[in-house]
Ligand binder design. Structure first.
Ligand SMILES: [Cu+2]
Length: 117
């Protein structure tokens, strides 16, 4: 058998295998609060992934709770209390589109979206 072709075939198996492994890997995505904004503002993740928000710039929070009218269509609630210098993590187990915002700065449009697929 042609040696080069054999290697190409093996590489193809490796790539398929890597894709399979990575599809199963739960990832953590970081969203930072910078200049009264969530960065990135909109993010797409996979079911089982975690978002870790990092706030090192003043008083903020994450409000993705269904009890707030903006977020009533969220598949599940998430969020934390207003405060300084925190990190907050949430693992998303339900697919769908989520909205959230910062309560003190909703008027300044400090908002974000998460699409879980
Ligand atoms: Cu804020």
């Amino acid at each position: 058998m042609n040696g080069k072709k054999e290697i190409q075939n093996k590489m193809r198996y490796v790539k398929v295998y890597e894709k399979f492994i990575n599809a199963d890997k739960d990832e953590t995505h970081v969203v930072e609060i910078k200049d009264m904004k969530f960065v990135p503002k909109n993010i797409v993740i996979e079911v089982g992934d975690t978002i870790k928000w990092i706030n090192e710039e003043g008083r903020h929070n994450v409000n993705g709770k269904q009890s707030h009218e903006r977020n009533s269509d969220n598949p599940e609630s998430f969020g934390n209390e207003v405060g300084e210098d925190w990190t907050y993590s949430h693992t998303f187990t339900k697919p769908g589109k989520y909205t959230y915002h910062c309560d003190p700065h909703l008027g300044m449009n400090q908002v974000g979206t998460i699409t879980v697929r």
